[in-house]
Design a protein around this ligand. Structure first.
Ligand SMILES: [Fe+2]
Ligand SMILES: [Fe+2]
Length: 223
């Protein structure tokens, strides 16, 4: 028996189980973002696939995907009354909500995922420096920029209790406008150059989105 190989397999299985545990935990607590971590992961995988080799060389695909899955894990420390609030948040509640990237980094700091701590810490940074920590363009890790694009796409394409999901055309339009201010324009251009039909299929499979899509499909076609 090749013990090293065995140990590696064992380690890999445990890492995947640990990730799944974290994801289950956040989705159990945050009922309106069920499926969000997995949705962001699938979008990040797609962005990576369409990046040119010179950018791919700067990235570790597996670690990037782990960061996509764990980016919002810090929300488990946000009170349910704020996380699952159906109306708008007050300034005070919003401040608490904005703590979640910091909590995400703290939660994984003693695990095998500690290396991706800064990528998830900075997933709400903006290119213009107006994000949670005020980091500007080249201060933001490339991985955080990719997660921010996937996170924005996921948010726009997801049904919320207070609003429907944006159509793919609306989503593309909103994201194009965010390029250079909120989102990294270079990475965004690669993402938005993907065929619209492929982008449209990057749907959220959370329970709420599935139910809303099924309900819409049942409506009579009035066109
Ligand atoms: Fe977040
Ligand atoms: Fe998110």
């Amino acid at each position: 028996m090749n013990y090293d190989q065995c140990q590696n397999c064992f380690k890999l299985v445990n890492n995947n189980q640990l990730i799944q545990f974290f994801v289950d935990l956040i989705e159990y607590k945050d009922k309106y973002t069920q499926g969000h971590s997995h949705h962001v992961k699938v979008i990040v995988e797609t962005i990576y696939e369409y990046l040119p080799d010179q950018i791919k060389l700067k990235l570790d695909r597996e670690k990037l995907i782990n960061a996509a899955l764990l980016h919002d894990i810090g929300k488990i420390k946000i009170p349910d009354s704020i996380l699952n609030k159906e109306s708008g948040l007050s300034d005070e509640e919003w401040k608490i909500m904005q703590e979640h990237p910091k909590f995400s980094k703290e939660i994984i700091k003693n695990t095998v995922f500690r290396e991706i701590g800064d990528w998830i810490l900075y997933h709400h940074e903006r290119i213009d420096g107006k994000g949670y920590f005020g980091l500007a363009d080249n201060e933001i890790p490339l991985e955080s920029k990719i997660i921010a694009i996937a996170d924005t796409f996921s948010a726009l394409r997801t049904y919320r209790i207070y609003r429907p999901a944006k159509t793919i055309k609306e989503t593309i339009h909103i994201m194009e406008k965010a390029g250079g201010e909120q989102l990294d324009k270079n990475i965004l251009n690669y993402f938005l150059s993907i065929d619209e039909n492929i982008l449209e299929k990057l749907e959220c499979n959370c329970k709420i989105c599935q139910e809303r899509r099924e309900a819409l499909e049942k409506l009579p076609n009035v066109a």
